[in-house]
Design a protein around this ligand. Structure first.
Ligand code: BDR
Ligand code: CA
Length: 307
């Protein structure tokens, strides 16, 4: 049976890749999207989520989430990475479809209760909505099957600062709170996603197989890869969020280690994820190894089918 899934997202170029992957993979039954700030503002994230669903012809509810971090003031969006509207140079039209009249956090709590033990939450933005859902219902996590999070780094350093990965950096207090709450978490961080790098030719080929949706990703990826080239370390872009989706449906492509995690919440190292075996917290399954070629192949094979 397909995995019942909600994706919490800040679309974002690699979020768009992840969403199209989720739509394409028959092992995933996408129930809804919830939105959060990060790559863009929350209002833009919601508009972008509605746009992606409409473009893909998929009708699932979208619930809008928090518009600022748990304790910190709002950050400016990452326009140099994802473009001023989130999708490179694409101008995203205002959407006529509406969000549901329930906040992301209330919706997540309700859906976790409704699908008790069956729902997988894949969080590919800052963890603000997840922390807020735990505020409403301390049993929230226990009602989920598991949470798969794109975020953090154990040994790979950061991507927004030298120490921090972007999703954790944007709301370190939320991440620290969630990591200590005894949730069944798999963390797909930079230790693996920095290894899954796809060049321009990969997206060009995808566009020939799937001209509409693959073609859209190809256009967006061009901007994203321009950014990666400025970093100078990669020839192509990191498949961060799609890797988290693939870890939901095909966990055997990843190697995990158990780590109790905390997050540094201030100073130069704010947003750094730290393994600390002395913590009174449940261990997180941190991905430390990945079958790079099969992850790339799986993404391509599935998204190439999309009309
Ligand atoms: C993560 O941060 C965002 O820029 C991406 O969408 C991804 O979720 C990578 O660090
Ligand atoms: Ca994201």
């Amino acid at each position: 049976m397909a995995i019942k899934m909600i994706i919490d997202t800040d679309p974002g170029i690699d979020d768009a890749m992840a969403l199209f992957y989720a739509i394409a993979d028959p092992a995933i039954d996408l129930l809804a999207l919830t939105t959060v700030f990060g790559n863009v503002t929350t209002a833009q994230a919601t508009r972008n989520a509605l746009f992606l669903l409409k473009t893909a012809g998929v009708d699932v509810p979208v619930a809008q989430g928090s518009s600022q971090p748990r304790k910190l003031p709002a950050f400016p969006p990452s326009a140099h990475v994802h473009g001023s509207e989130g999708f490179g140079t694409l101008q995203v039209p205002k959407q006529t479809a509406q969000v549901i009249p329930e906040s992301a956090q209330e919706f997540l709590v309700r859906m976790a209760r409704k699908h008790k033990g069956e729902l997988v939450l894949c969080a590919i933005g800052p963890l603000t909505n997840i922390a807020a859902a735990l505020d409403i219902d301390p049993e929230f996590c226990r009602n989920l099957k598991r949470i798969v999070i794109m975020g953090g780094s154990l040994g790979a350093g950061g991507n927004i600062t030298t120490a921090a990965e972007a999703n954790i950096y944007h709301d370190p207090h939320a991440a620290d709170f969630v990591f200590r709450k005894g949730c069944n978490i798999t963390l797909v961080g930079l230790d693996v996603t920095n290894q899954v790098i796809c060049p321009r030719s990969y997206f060009a080929q995808l566009a020939t197989q799937s001209p509409k949706l693959g073609g859209l990703l190809h256009k967006m990826a061009d901007f994203y890869i321009d950014f990666y080239e400025t970093v100078g370390k990669f020839e192509g872009c990191g498949m961060h969020d799609p890797s988290a989706l693939i870890a939901c449906s095909t966990p055997e492509l990843f190697v995990t280690e158990d780590h109790k995690l905390r997050v540094i919440c201030s100073g130069d190292r704010s947003g750094e994820t730290v393994s600390d075996q002395n913590l009174a917290a449940e261990a997180v399954k941190v991905c430390v190894g990945v079958n790079i070629s099969l992850v790339k192949q799986k993404f391509f094979e599935n998204v190439a089918k999309l009309k």
